[in-house]
Design a protein around this ligand. Sequence first.
Ligand SMILES: *[C@@H]1O[C@H](CO)[C@@H](O)[C@H](O)[C@H]1NC(C)=O
Ligand SMILES: *[C@@H]1O[C@H](CO)[C@@H](O)[C@H](O)[C@H]1NC(C)=O
Ligand SMILES: [Fe+2]
Length: 452
Amino acid sequence: MPIPPTLEPTMEKRWSHVFLFTIFFFPQFLVQSHASPEYTRQPPRPLIFSTNTRSDSAPQQVHISLAGKDHMRVSWISSDKHMPSTVDYGKISGRYEASATGHDTSYTYFFYSSNKIRHVTIGPLDPSTTYYYRCGGSSPEFSFRTPPSTLPIEFVVVGDLGQTEWTASTLAHVAAEDYDVFLLPGDLSYADTQQPLWDSFGRLVEPYASIRPWMVTEGNHEIETFPIVYPHGFRAYNARWLMPYQESGSNSNLYYSFDVAGTHIVMLGSYTDFDASSDQYKWLKADLAKVDRIKTPWILVLLHAPWYNTNSAHKGEGESMRKAMEEMLYKAQVDVVFAGHVHAYERFTRVYDNKADPCGPVYVTIGDGGNREGLALDFENPSPSISLYREPSFGHGRLRIYNNTHARWSWHRNNESDSFQADEVWFERLSSSNTCKGTVQGQIHSNSIDEL
Ligand SMILES: *[C@@H]1O[C@H](CO)[C@@H](O)[C@H](O)[C@H]1NC(C)=O
Ligand SMILES: *[C@@H]1O[C@H](CO)[C@@H](O)[C@H](O)[C@H]1NC(C)=O
Ligand SMILES: [Fe+2]
């Protein structure tokens, strides 16, 4: 149950000071009961409240997301009501050959009214190309690089990010090595109904989210329902983090899919209906049936509440969704399923219906981005045989897909100022495996296997 915000109507700026003092309810001295001998586990770290350092009316909280073939959506917020919803862009700094216009939206949450949130889709854009852009005709200039059109491609995967000093350290480690697209399986700001924390989060992530596309799906911390007043929730999330759901034939920002360089990525919603009669279920079925395994040989799925989890935290919470949808993913030969929610890292073998299965997806829990709640230290013992690596530490993951058959997954633990690669494994694409040919649904073209 969310806490009713005891907020008075006032401007966001005055809030920052109040929040600095009221938000510090972190358990600062958690006892580290499961620390492995080689690494001392760290307690949660304090919130970073990011204030606006630009002029009041300048664009802030800029982030970008993939929006249909060769297009990028640019999103930002400004207190200037009259700023146009336009993005000027081009391949040379300061010279904007093209311009596009989008739309604005805003929302209220009790006494909080957001500034105008603007979304502009630009393109067509060339692959693997740096573009310079500005929002609403105003400085500062930003730049991003588009993803490649073909493999290889590198994804960074971080769940349960939050906005603490650990978040900052995870993002610094992410940025220290190149990659193409950022994937977030839910739990972004941990605003938990305190809306100015959504603005603070937007400012904290802007240096990263304005230079590479951030593709997110929702976690429980995005829900923010309030009985009677806001029964449907997701007001801030849907307004601020618009994802390409319309571009992928979905009716809801809570689930969608997109293609990028040989990979079809499905973002599912753990906190909306998923049973066989639901819109999400029907959409997923149609979406998976359309996948062209020649164009996108790899399929990844992201969702928040893990279907497989040997940590005592959130045990069983993904079970009804697993029962509803696991068979669909299995038949579509999904390669990897990433989840968040549990604040730890865990990697499973290929699994189907609770058993190791060479034709099932690999399951990975990566809910260790750095949120204020701290780590989930309690794994069940002994470790079930399907769980291959588990560790409660903050960190991030990287999936580098090299070609039609091989991808490398690595997990990087936050080790003070450095990050340390603690887990690494190679994945072979499932639909290229001879063993699994027979289990494939009709949509897998047989020549996509023969061609390799
Ligand atoms: C795919 O990439 C892996 C890793 O770099 C390499 O070992 C393999 O030979 C490549 N396969 C093809 C068909 O290029
Ligand atoms: C942490 O970093 C230190 C210094 O870079 C390194 O010596 C150590 O091996 C790392 N340990 C772990 C477990 O990450
Ligand atoms: Fe969560």
